[in-house]
Ligand binder design. Structure first.
Ligand SMILES: [Zn+2]
Length: 75
């Protein structure tokens, strides 16, 4: 009788482990990690450093790495 109980527990653990793995795989397929796309790089009009366009500060005559450089280039 003890052996049957032990077998039932082992089968339950295996079943839980397999269903957990299956749900992990399913969630991976549902939401694949977005590949990091190439970011457009721009050049600071004051110091010439390259930075992603999203981090650039937009000025009147160009893009800058910081608002400090925008003020220095565009007084
Ligand atoms: Zn700069």
């Amino acid at each position: 009788m003890k052996f049957l109980l032990f077998l039932a527990i082992v089968l339950l653990v295996v079943w839980l482990w397999r269903s957990g793995r299956r749900s992990e795989q399913r969630s991976d397929q549902a939401a694949p990690p977005a590949p990091p796309g190439p970011q457009e790089m721009v050049r600071c009009a004051h110091c010439g450093v390259h930075l992603p366009h999203g981090d650039a500060v937009v000025g009147r005559i160009g893009l800058y790495c910081s608002s400090e450089h925008r003020q220095l280039a565009e007084p």
